[in-house]
Design a protein around this ligand. Structure first.
Ligand code: SAM
Length: 267
C-alpha cells in the first residue's frame, strides 16, 4: 500500500469497508456458539491487521481483553499508531501490541481467537501456502481457540463490473471494481477507487490480486490442517430480501449475486 499525496486513503477505506465494533461482537458470538454460552475469548490475534482497527475495538470491549496485531507493511501500522493507538487510555494501550511481521512466522503470540478479515488470506493463491497459514493458526491457538475468517462470492464476482457506493453526507463515493477473473485458477483482480465530491476519481487506491477461495475448499483445508470442526455462517435477510447483518450457523446458503459469509474453525 502506498501513500497518495494528502489524500488519507486509510480514513476512506475504514469508513467504507470496515466495521470493527460489529466484527469484534461477531468474534464473541462465534466463540460462544463454538464453546458454550458462558465461554469468553480474551486474547485476540488480528492477522493481516493493516491499521489494526479490530485490535482497538477488542481492547475497548472490557478491561481484560488483550489484542495482538500482525502485518508486514509498516505504512498501515504507522497510520494505526496515530489514529487508533494514540487515542487509547494507558491501560488499553498496555493490552494492545502490534507486530510488524509475517503471519506465517512460527513465533506469533498465542490467542483464544485469531481473525483474518476482509478476505486477507485470499492473498495466498497456492493451496500449500494457505495450508501453511492455517497450520500455523491451529498451532498458535490456545486450547479451545477459534479461527474466524470471512469469505465472499456470488455470480457478480466472476465477471468484470464496478459498483459505486455513494456516501452523500461524507461527500465521497467508494467504488469496488472487479477487473478480472480466471475460471481455471479462480485468480481475480479487484481495485478500490474513491471520488471526493467535485474532484476527479482517484483510481486504484487499493488493488487486490488474489484467489477467490470457495467455502467448501476452505472447510476441507481447515479440517486437513488439524481443526476439529468448521462452523459456516450465512447472513439473514430483511423483508425486502436485503442482508440484515445478522449471521447464524447453517449448512445451507443461497445462490445470490453477491454474498459474504464467515467460517469459524475450532481447534
Ligand atoms: C486486504 S489488507 C486487509 C487489512 C485489514 N485486515 C482490514 O480488515 O482491512 C491485507 C493486509 O495484509 C498484509 N499482509 C499481506 N501478506 C502478509 C503476511 N504474509 N503477513 C502479514 N501481513 C500480510 C498487507 O500488508 C495488508 O495490510
Amino acid at each position: 500500500m502506498t501513500a497518495t499525496g494528502n489524500f488519507d486513503k486509510y480514513k476512506y477505506y475504514m469508513a467504507s469497508v470496515q466495521s470493527p465494533e460489529e466484527d469484534m461482537k461477531f468474534v464473541n458470538q462465534a466463540f460462544r456458539e463454538a464453546r458454550g454460552e458462558k465461554a469468553v475469548a480474551n486474547i485476540l490475534r488480528e492477522d493481516f491487521c493493516g491499521t489494526f482497527a479490530n485490535c482497538t475495538a477488542w481492547v475497548k470491549q472490557s478491561d481484560v481483553k488483550v489484542a495482538y496485531g500482525v502485518d508486514l507493511d509498516p505504512e498501515p501500522l504507522a497510520w494505526g499508531n496515530k489514529q487508533h493507538f494514540a487515542p487509547l487510555n494507558s491501560v488499553q494501550k498496555e493490552r494492545l501490541k502490534v507486530i510488524q511481521g509475517d503471519v506465517l512466522s512460527p513465533d506469533l503470540p498465542y490467542a483464544d481467537a485469531i481473525c483474518a478479515l476482509n478476505f486477507s488470506y485470499f492473498l495466498f493463491k497456492e493451496r500449500l501456502e494457505l495450508k501453511r497459514y492455517f497450520t500455523n493458526c491451529v498451532k498458535t491457538l490456545n486450547k479451545n481457540g477459534i479461527l474466524v475468517l470471512d469469505c465472499f462470492g456470488g455470480s457478480s464476482c466472476t465477471e468484470p463490473n464496478e459498483e459505486e457506493t455513494e456516501y452523500e453526507d461524507e461527500g465521497y463515493s467508494y467504488f469496488w471494481d472487479q477487473d478480472m477473473f480466471d475460471p481455471l485458477n479462480n485468480h481475480a483482480l479487484f481495485h478500490i477507487h474513491f471520488q471526493l465530491a467535485g474532484e476527479p476519481k482517484r483510481e486504484k487506491v487499493f488493488t487486490y490480486d488474489w484467489r477467490m477461495w470457495s467455502v467448501p475448499e476452505l472447510r476441507d483445508l481447515l479440517l486437513e490442517c488439524g481443526f476439529t470442526k468448521v462452523n459456516t455462517y450465512w447472513e439473514g435477510t430483511t423483508e425486502d430480501g436485503e442482508g440484515d447483518g445478522e449471521y447464524s450457523i447453517t449448512e445451507k446458503g443461497d445462490d445470490c449475486e453477491s454474498w459474504v459469509s464467515y467460517l469459524v474453525a475450532l481447534k
